[in-house]
Design a protein around this ligand. Structure first.
Ligand code: ZN
Length: 199
């Protein structure tokens, strides 16, 4: 009752963000309203610009502001190596960690019968259409969990015959762990210790 409804709505929206509970949402909201209008206006402008212009890359589903993303359009990339990840955050983490500068493909999740995620919910068809002979190795960098393994297995099956080498990242990452939060050293090791996919 003490809050203007618009501040209440701001708190409700902030509290939906990952890692931000009600208390943190209130702190951020009060900080924004307590300052000069420049601050919330600048934030709103960035958010609206992002919502308007940021789209998944038509090729790999990394995020981009129009057209192919900076990875797909980078001539210095190793186009023979394609690293398949679940999320955008995973791609960023791997890209920081590995030195080979591969191409990426973001699936948009992993297979999960429990959550109703089926192959048609993931960007697998786009991935297969990229395997036109230029890619020599597919690195399956899905999470080391039952669902991540099942996803890797499915992709390996679908991609068989379309690419010379299919490998799975090694066990540097703890089973069930989140790739996004693994440190660079662990991710680098997981890629260096990758092995041929054996199903
Ligand atoms: Zn791209």
């Amino acid at each position: 009752v003490l809050l203007p409804p618009v501040v209440d709505r701001l708190i409700a929206e902030l509290a939906k963000l990952p890692g931000i509970g009600r208390r943190s949402a209130e702190r951020i909201a009060f900080d924004l309203v307590a300052r000069s209008p420049d601050r919330p206006t600048a934030l709103a402008t960035v958010l609206m610009g992002m919502a308007e212009s940021v789209r998944p890359c038509p090729e790999c589903h990394l995020l981009t502001e129009g057209g192919r993303c900076s990875v797909c359009s980078d001539p210095a990339r190793d186009r023979a190596t394609l690293c398949v990840v679940e999320t955008y955050a995973d791609a960023i983490a791997f890209d920081r960690a590995v030195s080979g500068k591969p191409l990426f493909h973001v699936l948009g999740g992993r297979l999960s019968p429990l959550k109703g995620v089926t192959p048609s919910d993931l960007c697998v068809d786009q991935l297969l259409s990229r395997l036109d002979g230029s890619v020599r190795e597919l690195i399956l960098a899905t999470s080391p969990s039952i669902e991540g393994d099942a996803t890797a297995h499915y992709i390996a099956q679908e991609a068989a015959g379309r690419v010379a080498r299919i490998s799975r990242i090694g066990r540097g990452v703890p089973t069930g762990g989140s790739l996004e939060h693994a440190d660079s050293e662990t991710l680098r090791f997981s890629v260096e210790s990758r092995r041929p996919f054996d199903g």
